[in-house]
Ligand binder design. Structure first.
Ligand SMILES: O=C(O)CCC(=O)C(=O)O
Ligand SMILES: [Fe+2]
Length: 287
């Protein structure tokens, strides 16, 4: 006798429904560890170039204490150099490869982003109290990323730890289901507009503890923040943002963006580069 069975949803359908319900998902072991390690090493190499320039002894950056002492040493010696290295890390090919990797793009599609497009540059996070820029903020207050992205309604943030996250590594805290609030009310904050809305309670935040290789996906509307719970170790993570070019409201608004990108017309350093510097560089290349 034939038994009628309901068609079973496949795993990407289950994921999509879960994501639609919760506003986030945590995908364990999503990335090969060597890809994550490569990104981590590439980032640390940038800080190392600046440490070497200053003659600061380098510690082993794969050791949490070494990582912390390298970054703090540079931060305390030359904040411009620290910020330059941190900024430069946004432009690493290894990060851009991961941003556009087929598995990531496929996963975005499975969450309903029919035509995924990158919203803005990746953001690299180096989080610990000692690396707070004076007058700045090293963590994020409760916020929704859609307010800064202002792209498609189904825009997402991928949050990717480069180290294992535990209770004391400034975990990201989220409010499951808060994406359904839509755009929440905010007040100004030095870091990013802070959600201050009667529908959002402090007690509703829950921390996420993804490990290296895991992927956490957040709806642009999910309310989240950085936990205060951290120690002297540096928490290294990055976030990637995407929109869906096929989303009707985004099309209707002609693919707007709040991000501005421009450049300064004046030379940054007077008399640089001198003629011989360019010639010497190419001579060295030819030798
Ligand atoms: O890394 C964090 O603590 C928060 C990052 C975040 O909210 C973001 O990148 O949008
Ligand atoms: Fe965020």
């Amino acid at each position: 006798m034939q038994v009628a069975t309901m068609p079973q949803p496949d795993s990407s359908e289950i994921l999509r429904r879960q994501y639609a319900e919760d506003g986030f998902c945590h995908l364990p072991d999503f990335f090969p560890l060597d890809e994550i390690q490569q990104i981590y090493d590439d980032e640390m190499e940038l800080f190392a170039y600046q440490l070497r320039r200053h003659g600061i002894p380098e510690a082993d950056w794969r050791d949490p204490a070494g990582l912390s002492s390298n970054l703090r040493a540079l931060f305390n010696t030359d904040m411009e150099a620290y910020l330059g290295a941190a900024r430069q890390s946004q432009l690493l090919p290894s990060i851009h490869n991961l941003t556009t990797s087929p598995k990531v793009v496929e996963t975005l599609r499975s969450l309903g982003l029919e035509a995924p497009v990158v919203s803005t540059k990746p953001v690299c996070h180096y989080t610990t109290e000692a690396l707070t820029i004076p007058g700045g903020y090293n963590r994020t207050p409760p916020h929704q990323d859609w307010r800064s992205m202002q792209g498609s309604l189904d825009g997402v943030v991928l949050w990717i730890p480069l180290i294992d996250i535990d209770e004391l590594s400034y975990p990201v805290e989220i409010i499951p289901g808060s994406h359904k609030l839509g755009l929440a009310k905010t007040v100004p904050h030095v870091s990013t507009p802070m959600v201050m809305d009667e529908r959002v309670n402090n007690d509703d935040f829950v921390p996420a503890y993804p490990k290296r290789g895991d992927l956490v996906i957040l709806s642009g509307f999910l309310v989240h923040r950085t936990s205060d719970a951290g120690d002297e170790r540096v928490r290294v993570a990055m976030s990637l943002r995407y929109n869906n070019a096929a989303e009707p409201a985004y099309i209707e608004h002609a693919f707007p963006t709040p991000y501005t990108y421009s450049y300064q017309l004046e030379l940054l350093f007077e008399n640089f580069p001198a003629k011989n510097q360019v010639r010497d560089m190419f001579s060295a290349l030819a030798s």
